[in-house]
Structures are given as C-alpha cells and as structure tokens.
Design a protein around this ligand. Structure first.
Ligand code: NI
Length: 200
C-alpha cells in the first residue's frame, strides 16, 4: 500500500541532510526490532455499534491501566466506531499480546453499564456480547512494513467513510505524528491509499 502524498513529501528531504538528522524521529523507526512489533485489528461483535467512540474515555482507561501493569509501546492507533487498529511494540522477550488484549477487552466491558444486577455471570455474558473473540494480528517484518501499516491506520477513517480528510478524525495518533513532523497536516487529502485490507 502506498499513499502518494506522503511518499512525495518524504522524497523531498535527503536522508543524510543535517535538517533530517535534527528532526525528531518517532520510535517505530528509531527502535525497530524485527519480531517485537505487531499490527492488530480488534472488532466489536455488533458492527452497527459506535460503542468505541461513544465510550472512548473508557477504552483509553482500559488500555492505560493494562499498559501500566504490562507495558507496551502504542506506536500508532486509530479508533473507529466498531473496531480499532493499532501497532504495539512489546518489551524484549515478551510476546504475550493475547493476555493484554484479553485484559483490555475485559476492563472496557466492565466499564460499560449492563443494567440490573452486576453478577459475575452477567458481566461475563456482557463481555462476550461486546467483542469479537478473535482479532487480526500481523507481526511487522521491517521498518517499511511498519510504515505501511502506520499509513494504513491513519488513512482508515477516510477509507471507511467516517471522515473526508485524515486530519478530521480525532481518535487517531495521526495528530501526534503531525506534531512530530512525520506527516503534513493535509496528508492524503484528496489522495488515496489502496492495497490489500489489513484485517478490516
Ligand atoms: Ni478499519
């Protein structure tokens, strides 16, 4: 997958120029180690739901609390109404993303009111009702693979028709990347990202 606007922007600056050396670089390129970074797609069971953006603060809190106990770097993320895509880098020697996702899903579900008595059985049932059990995982191979998936993540709200321009979607790490000088603010405006689907 290639996004024309971004590539043309990048090619303007020679890699060895002083300006480029002084430019802050994001973690995914500076610290990339093959086998330690993963792309995920995680989806709600109800594809007509907008729970993830309606309860974005609960989602953030679920992620934050799991990260505090089991660290990982959140390299890029986009939250859509019924699914999310993100890239994580796990600590060296740690590949247990499944446990982390289980915890994030569970903690998010617990923050959503189910009504009536909050019995253990009822909460468990609600959890099963919110998320799809399976999720899409892809182990990132090299920094180009990372870059393509970061582009995919940031372009996703436009791909799914939730925003006309990438910059218009608030629930995305795109804004952080713009602040770091990694993308122009108008990136992919009027352009297209094509290519295979990354699970969604
Ligand atoms: Ni998507």
């Amino acid at each position: 997958m290639r996004c024309v606007n971004r590539r043309s922007t990048r090619n303007v600056v020679p890699v060895s120029s002083t300006k480029d050396l002084l430019k802050p670089m994001v973690a995914y390129r500076r610290n990339f180690i093959p086998g330690g970074s993963y792309f995920f797609t995680v989806t709600l069971l109800d594809r007509s739901s907008s729970l993830l953006v309606d309860r974005i603060d609960d989602l953030r809190e679920a992620m934050r609390s799991v990260r505090a106990e089991r660290p990982f770097t959140l390299d890029a993320v986009v939250v859509l109404p019924d699914h999310l895509h993100c890239i994580w880098t796990l600590p060296p020697g740690d590949a247990d993303y499944s446990l982390r996702w289980r915890e994030i899903k569970s903690r998010f579900s617990r923050r959503i009111p189910v009504g009536g008595l909050r019995t253990a059985g009822r909460i468990k049932k609600a959890e099963r009702g919110i998320w799809q059990r399976r999720f899409w995982e892809h182990t990132l191979r090299d920094s180009l693979d990372v870059e393509r998936h970061v582009d995919y993540i940031h372009y996703n709200p436009v791909k799914h028709g939730y925003a006309n321009r990438v910059v218009d979607w608030p629930y995305s790490s795109f804004h952080r990347y713009v602040d770091q000088g990694e993308y122009p603010r108008d990136w992919a405006a009027g352009g297209q990202c094509e290519g295979k689907a990354f699970g969604e």
